[in-house]
Design a protein around this ligand. Structure first.
Ligand code: SF4
Length: 245
């Protein structure tokens, strides 16, 4: 049986992308192969000996890593019952696809709520096939070297989108260092591989909910993306504005 490493689990409002505003159960897996400059979950980058389960009053319980699928379900079910009105599960990280075998086993259980939304860097196309049958939607990043400080992943992103079977929507994080050429390249890639996928331009948002990009720059990026696709939206990280996890 596969086991998994978690960072935290909790119920909150989805702050990004297609399901923004929905109440989700978040499963934050630990471990990531990237070190994006803007990463807002530094505590999830390495596997740790324990993780935290937050109840609806914000009280946390420390639990041993790794867990089996049935152990994790055992922690999640009481949260779901106490919260009520949970409209899906967000599988996030870290990079959750680094634990694809665990996720495939975990989500084979019908008791996990739907939709199951996988949030990923979009850089692990070879692992996507392992979980595609048990998830409903993929929130896929296109990582831009100008603001991640990482190399470009254009070929991985291209393969990832081509394999996503129409389940993906795309997030492109933008800030003052982003270039119009990068936005054009990202939007063109989506148009070629998965033209129906919405593209979210997400201004990088500070820990206190401030967006550090001008409206004029956002307009330029929107226009550049729109030249390549019809469904382009601008949406900041709303959970940071609300001051919630
Ligand atoms: S891929 Fe996500 S979790 Fe990993 S470093 Fe980048 S922002 Fe952080």
């Amino acid at each position: 049986m596969a086991t998994g490493y978690l960072s935290e689990i909790f119920v909150s409002f989805q702050g990004e992308g297609l399901y923004v505003g929905r109440r989700h159960l978040f499963l934050r897996l630990s471990g990531c192969h990237l070190r994006c400059r803007y990463c807002d979950t530094p505590g999830s980058l390495e596997r740790t000996r324990t993780f935290h389960v937050y109840d609806c009053d914000g009280r946390r319980t420390e639990v041993q890593n790794p867990v089996t699928p049935s152990q994790l379900l055992g922690y999640a079910l009481p949260l779901l019952e106490a919260a009520g009105g949970v409209d899906g599960v967000a599988i996030t990280g870290g990079e959750p696809l680094l634990q694809a075998d665990f996720l495939a086993e975990l989500l084979a259980d019908a008791r996990w709520p739907r939709p199951r939304v996988l949030e990923t860097s979009g850089t692990q196309p070879d692992k996507l096939a392992t979980v595609l049958a048990v998830i409903d939607a993929v929130s896929m990043d296109i990582k831009l070297p100008s603001n991640t400080g990482e190399p470009a992943f254009w070929d991985d992103h291209r393969r990832f989108l081509a394999m996503s079977d129409g389940k993906a929507y795309v997030k492109v994080l933008v800030d003052a260092d982003t270039s119009v050429a990068e936005i054009e390249q990202a939007a063109d890639l989506v148009r070629r591989q998965s033209p129906a996928s919405p593209v979210f331009l997400q201004p990088i948002t500070s820990a206190v909910g401030r967006v550090e990009i001008s409206p004029e720059a956002l307009d330029r990026f929107f226009a550049a993306a729109r030249r390549h696709g019809s469904d382009v939206r601008v949406l900041p990280q709303t959970h940071r504005m609300l001051g919630i996890r």
